[in-house]
Every structure is written in C-alpha cells, then in structure tokens.
Design a protein around this ligand. Structure first.
Ligand code: CMC
Length: 447
C-alpha cells in the first residue's frame, strides 16, 4: 500500500523504493517496493500537467503484472516447483486424492477426518443433475464439441440455482462448491455419451469420485461398473495435477467474470470457455497429432531437424512460459503413463515420445533454451490409452480445474482490495469527428 510519505514526491524515501525522475518536469517520485512489486496506481501521481490522467502501466497479456495477492498455489518456474497451499505437488499426487486436494485448495488446510467424510458424502450425493439439464445436453448436434457442451451446460446450471447469486452468503458458496465439483463429472460424462450416441449413465453414488466418473463414461448393460484400479488412480492423480495453476488464462477469466459478483456457475462457465482455446487446454491434443505425424521412431531425426531450423512445427509438449526446467507435473505423469501402459499395452506413440524426449534432452538447441517436457507431453498418451477421444482431453482438464477456479473465485470475493476487474486502455482511434452517413438507413422520420 502506498504510504502517505511515499506518495508525496517531496518527502524523503523510507524503506525499499524506486526513485523515478520524470524528464518532462524534472520531478523525482518515490514509489514504494513491497514483495518486489510496485503498485502501478502509485504511478498516477506522475503528471506533466495538473489535469493529466497520470502515468499508467502498459502490459498486454499481463506479462509482468500481478493482478492479486493469492495464498493458494506457488510456482517457482526456474526450479520446477509447484505447491498447493505449501504442499509439494509430488507429495499430494502420491498420498492425497482429488477431493482432499479440492478441500485443501479452498480451505488452506488439509481436512480432519470428520470434515473429509462430510465433504466426500456431500459431493457424492450431489452428483445428479436436474432432468432438464439432461434434456438440454440431448439438444446438441451429434458432433458437438464436448467443450462447447460443457461451457453451455455449466452456464445452464446457473438457472437451476438462482440463490447462488448471493455470493457473499457463506452457505450459498458452500453448496455451490459442492454442486459444481459433484456435477462436473456428470455433465462431462453426458457430453461423452452424447457424442458417442450412447445412452447417458446416471451417477452411482456408491462409488468414489474417479470410479463414478469412469462408470458414467464406460458402463453398458452391466448392473455395476468396476473401473480398473490403475485407470481410476491415474484419473484421480491427473485431476490432482490439474486442480490449480495460479493465475493462468482460465483462472484469470473466472476471477475477472466473478468480480462482477455474478453467480459461480456463470463464472466457472467463463473458465471452461477460456480453457477450450488451443493455447491453453488444447496442447495435449497437439502432442498426439505430432506423434501421429512423426509416425515412426526412424522419422524423429528429420522431425527434430525441422523443429530446429524453424521449417517444421514446434516440439509440442516442450517448453513453458513459467517452467524453465522440468515441469514437476511432467515427471509424475511420465511414471503414471508407464503404469497405465503396462495395463493397456505399450503403444507406438509412447515409443516415439520416449525417443523424442531422450533426443531433445541431450540436444543443445533445447537445453540452451531451457525447453523441457511440460505436463501435456504425456497426459495425451494416458488419455488415449484409456480410449478417450482426442477432443475430450480438455474436458478432463476442466473437471479438475473446477477445484482451483472455485478456490480462486472465493479468494477474490473475500479479498477487500479487489473490485470489479476493469483494465485501462491506451486509446489509438480517431479524435472527435462529425457524423456523415455513407448509406441510406431508411429513417422514416427526417428532421
Ligand atoms: N519447440 C521448439 N522450440 C521452442 C519451443 C518448442 N516447443 N518452445 C519454445 N521454443 C523456442 C522458441 O522458438 C524460442 O527460440 P529463439 O529464442 O531461438 O527464438 C525460444 O524457445 C523461446 O520461446 P518463446 O516462444 O519465447 O517461449 P514462451 O515462453 O513464449 O512459450 C510455450 C512458451 C509453451 C508457448 C512454448 O514453449 C510452446 O509453444 N511450446 C509448445 C506448445 C506446448 O507444449 N504448450 C503447452 C504448455 S503447458 C500448458 C499448461 O501449463 O497449461
């Protein structure tokens, strides 16, 4: 927070600060530094003329702007560290489960036994959706993209729970967390079955979260579906790994939309829409397409040469805006992929992926640019081995990220410093000019 002293350009500097000299006026301003950050609002005092708006920060794509203070997820990209509420992702993937992680993300602490049992029971008993939601999903074309169905389905839930508009009522938020986490797998499974032309399967509330999801995906005429335990655990771990990733595109969308105080279903629908984009949730799909294009281990050297000379495509699943070492999630996913392929059988894609990784990690082009496998390099292989269609991968991501979106949404709502998200702009258009029609608009009444 800018203190009185620091905001006054004539006052002596105290604490860590920047001194900024305005070449237009010769004035020197003292801007406090807190958490290695300055407040761009402190720049507004810098004016050439008294009626100027004041200096703004220009930061397209928020490359260097913190939009919030958050205590949820910590990432150290240089050292390959990811923690939820302080717990290393490796330990959570090994010892926790998705529902416990969803609780942790929201509440900041692991649940005790009573809290966990209640949480699990609540989520298990809210898995059903209103029959009209089922009919709504049935209304989509046979070839609808499942992410389009998800975006619309989550937004439609808003109309079934109008009381969720009371976003500052803690009870309403509690029930919204439970409903959204419980119903996302049901919506996702309905979208899957719709595209396949198969009858929708209702939730089986006797099953744990991942097993119930797989039952809704795969059950046919059998009275009870039992997922392979390796597949069920793989899904649960992938949900943990994708549960949150601090202020990424979809989370920022949820926070921005939620800052208008709209209900959480509408805010999460915005997150699903953002995730749908190929630059965000779609990279694992691109990895599989690349592996198909390579086709055989013997074609790898030519493919790598194309990547390096810029004539071919990028090596998909490599590199990350934040991680400049091995993405910690990629390590976990790689060993998970081994487990799944032991059950499903080694695929040609996996052979190509392993060889690609081996070559890239020893090639100076990739090493010098700090390009390491990211989480998406192996997730697509797991989903394919489990027979999920390629355009369904992002749906699995959306189920998991719902936990993070909701935790971030609530943190934003309860943060006293937050207001409706409303960036500034640098206007580059025309100055004022008189209106002169170029077409006849057919106005009946003419003055
Ligand atoms: N293959 C080949 N070269 C690459 C790659 C790649 N995958 N990624 C970056 N480079 C090169 C790039 O050409 C540039 O080289 P030079 O300095 O010679 O011009 C240098 O590395 C820096 O690249 P950049 O584009 O400035 O890096 P960025 O931080 O803007 O991009 C990225 C990050 C993820 C968009 C990029 O690495 C990429 O396109 N990767 C492939 C797509 C992919 O796997 N995306 C999934 C990301 S993980 C998703 C998630 O966490 O949600």
């Amino acid at each position: 927070m800018a203190g009185k002293t620091a905001a006054d350009p004539k006052a002596p500097a105290t604490g860590d600060h920047l001194e900024i000299k305005d070449s237009r006026t010769g004035k020197v301003y003292t801007i406090p530094i807190t958490d290695e950050t300055i407040r761009t609002a402190d720049l507004r005092q810098i004016k050439a003329k008294p009626d100027d708006f004041g200096i703004m920060g220009y930061d397209p794509a928020f490359m260097n702007t913190a939009s919030c203070r958050s205590a949820i997820t910590y990432i150290d990209g240089d050292n390959g560290i990811l923690r939820y509420r302080g717990y290393p992702i490796e330990q959570l993937a090994e010892k926790s489960n998705f529902l416990e992680v969803a609780w942790l993300l929201r509440h900041g602490e692991l649940p005790d036994q009573k809290q966990y049992d209640q949480w699990q029971q609540d989520i298990t008993y809210h898995t059903y959706v209103h029959e009209n939601i089922k009919h709504f999903m049935e209304g989509f074309r046979y070839d609808a993209h499942p992410m389009a169905m998800m975006t619309a389905g989550v937004a439609a839930l808003s109309s079934f729970y109008p009381s969720s508009k009371a976003v500052f009522d803690e009870h309403e938020r509690d029930i919204a967390f439970i409903r959204l986490l419980a119903k996302m797998p049901t919506l996702a499974a309905f979208a899957y079955r719709h595209v396949k032309g198969m009858p929708y399967v209702y939730p089986d509330n006797a099953l744990p979260y991942a097993e119930n999801f797989l039952s809704m995906i795969a059950r046919m005429s059998e009275p009870k579906y039992e997922a392979h335990p390796v597949y069920a655990r793989a899904i649960d771990i992938l949900f943990i790994l994708h549960a949150d990733h601090e202020q990424n595109c979809s989370t920022s969308a949820v926070r921005a939309v939620g800052s208008s105080q709209v209900d959480p279903y509408s805010a999460v629908a915005a997150g699903v829409a953002a995730l749908y984009g190929p630059l965000h949730g779609g990279a694992n799909e691109a990895v599989l397409r690349m592996l198909e294009e390579i086709g055989d281990v013997k074609n790898i050297p030519a493919f790598i040469a194309g990547v390096k000379d810029g004539k071919g495509s990028r090596l998909m699943g490599f590199g990350h805006r934040v991680y400049k070492s091995y993405d910690p999630r990629a390590k976990i996913v790689k060993s998970l992929c081994d487990d799944v392929l032991r059950v499903a059988g080694l695929s040609k894609d996996m052979e190509i992926a392993l060889e690609l990784e081996r070559i890239a990690l020893s090639d100076d082009y990739f090493v010098s640019r700090k390009l390491y496998p990211n989480v998406d390099f192996y997730t697509g292989l797991i989903y394919r081995a489990m027979h999920f269609p390629t355009d369904y991968f992002t749906v699995l991501f959306a189920i998991a990220r719902t936990a993070g979106w909701l935790a971030q949404w609530e943190e934003m709502l309860l943060d006293k410093e937050q207001k409706i998200a409303r960036p500034r702009q640098i206007y580059t258009g025309h100055g004022e000019r008189p209106y002169q029609a170029k077409v006849d608009l057919g106005h009946k009444i003419k003055k």
